[in-house]
Design a protein around this ligand. Structure first.
Ligand code: AMP
Ligand code: GLY
Length: 427
């Protein structure tokens, strides 16, 4: 079987790495891939927006399965286009991808199907939004309806910040069309956890939970980023809690999407807040998380390719997952300045030496090869992942490996997993 993976991040590197382990996969292509993916797969010089060219390639190769990593091509309908051309592809349709592409769609669906989420109101009109803010207790969360590359949700501690956020979206159009409608919602308190499921339209199967670290700096300080590190499993997510998440969140959403005429097939990611009143949904994503995938896939023992096929063929009801009981931690090495402005083209050394350490995996994100050199090409540059008998051991290996990797301006968080370790210590 020949597989094509669309995307160029650490998530896609982890997917390629997992897919080539399948006995049924003979060759993997990636578009556009990165400096690490190119060691495992043949990279095509096609960006994720080149839908027609990608489909032409899949048709002529021919590719047996295309897997889409990032949300933008899904929300724009890549899956619909491939299906029209009878090309096998894993992921949700454009209509189903509204769960991530429109926060208003997701909120209204949750409301209709009684899925626990923060209380919210929708605004198109600036004066109405400002009026609402006069009476809202702070903090509040202001969200743009559409995709905004991680910049669409602002947790406003003060009224001034909230006013600035809605004005930026509704009057100054700082987020373009994505911000033509906004949600103002209650700020939830608690521990965040990411729970992902494989969904085949009607059946679904939960993957092991993980926790992301969204802020740039230690102690959850600094701006939001795409994610600075992750680990799995999450001690705060007990089996009882996961059962509640399954029955009160995933079950009604999967049923609801089918009822609404847009059955969901692909990976459904629920970003959750574990509040004192139980788990509540912060957001849905319609794809693997990045860096969550890099902490989850190394623990998955079941053949990933077979799983994707089972999901596409509506056979998830027959599937049982097997997991490595060890913990996996993943640390993101980023360019100085990320998520703001950063320099590109810095030489990276020590990746091979880091990968030689036991149970350690290096997943590339913003890298490219130029001759024998490896250079930075993005904000998030590398993911250092490791498995350990305990989370503490996995983290120790991760930081040992990270110390072997150097590039000018390298920045990373020193406190990945700290909350889980504190939780474990308090029991
Ligand atoms: P979103 O894009 O909706 O996932 O939001 C990005 C981040 O903002 C989340 O991971 C949370 O850290 C935070 N956030 C979003 N909604 C809320 C909320 N209602 N209460 C508290 N924090 C939130
Ligand atoms: N790590 C968060 C995301 O993938 O959206």
């Amino acid at each position: 079987m020949k597989v094509l993976v669309i995307g160029s991040g650490g998530r896609e590197h982890a997917m390629v790495w997992k897919l080539i382990k399948s006995t049924r996969v003979k060759k993997v292509f990636a578009a556009p891939g990165n400096g690490g993916i190119s060691e495992l797969a043949e990279c095509l010089p096609l960006g994720v927006e080149k839908v027609v060219d990608l489909a032409d390639f899949a048709a002529s190769s021919p590719i047996d399965l295309t897997v889409v990593g990032p949300e933008v091509p899904l929300v724009h309908g890549m899956v619909d286009y491939f299906r029209q051309r009878k090309l096998p592809i894993f992921g949700p349709t454009k209509a189903a991808s509204r769960l991530e592409g429109s926060k208003i769609f997701a909120k209204q669906l949750m409301q209709r199907y009684n899925v626990p989420t923060a209380r919210f109101q929708i605004f198109q009109d600036l004066s109405e939004a400002l009026n609402q803010l006069k009476n809202s207790p702070m903090p509040v969360v202001v969200k743009a309806d559409g995709l905004a590359g991680g910049k669409g949700a602002i947790v406003a501690e003060s009224r001034e910040e909230a006013i600035q956020a809605v004005t930026g979206m509704l009057r100054e159009h700082l987020l373009g069309e994505a911000g033509n409608q906004v949600i103002i919602e209650e700020c939830l308190q608690g521990e965040e956890v990411s729970v992902l499921a494989l969904v085949d339209g009607s059946n679904f199967i939960l993957l092991e939970p993980s926790q992301d670290h969204k802020r740039a700096l230690d102690g959850d300080q600094g701006p939001n980023t795409g994610g600075m590190g992750a680990y799995s499993p999450v001690p705060m997510a007990s089996p009882d809690l996961l059962e509640e998440i399954r029955s009160k969140i995933f079950e009604p959403i999967v049923v609801g999407m089918a009822n609404e005429g847009c059955p969901f097939q692909g990976i459904l990611y629920a970003g959750l807040m574990l509040t004192a009143q139980g788990p509540k949904v912060l957001e849905f994503n319609v794809r693997f998380g990045d860096p969550e995938a890099q902490a989850i896939l190394p623990r998955l023992k079941t053949d990933f390719f077979e799983l994707l096929l089972a999901s596409m063929e509506g056979r998830l009801g027959e599937v049982q997952l097997t997991w490595d009981p060890r913990a996996c931690a993943c640390l993101v090495l980023a360019s100085q300045g990320y998520p703001g402005k950063y320099d590109l083209g810095r030489e990276i050394t020590g990746v091979k030496e880091a990968a030689e350490l036991p149970d350690t995996l290096i997943f590339h994100a913003g890298t490219k090869r130029e001759g024998s050199r490896l250079l930075t090409t993005g904000g998030r540059v590398l993911n250092v992942a490791a498995l350990g008998e305990t989370l503490e051991e996995a983290l120790k290996k991760v930081y040992q490996a990270a110390d072997r990797i150097q590039f000018e301006g390298r920045q990373f968080r020193r406190d990945i997993g700290a909350r889980a370790l504190r939780h474990a210590a308090s029991r």
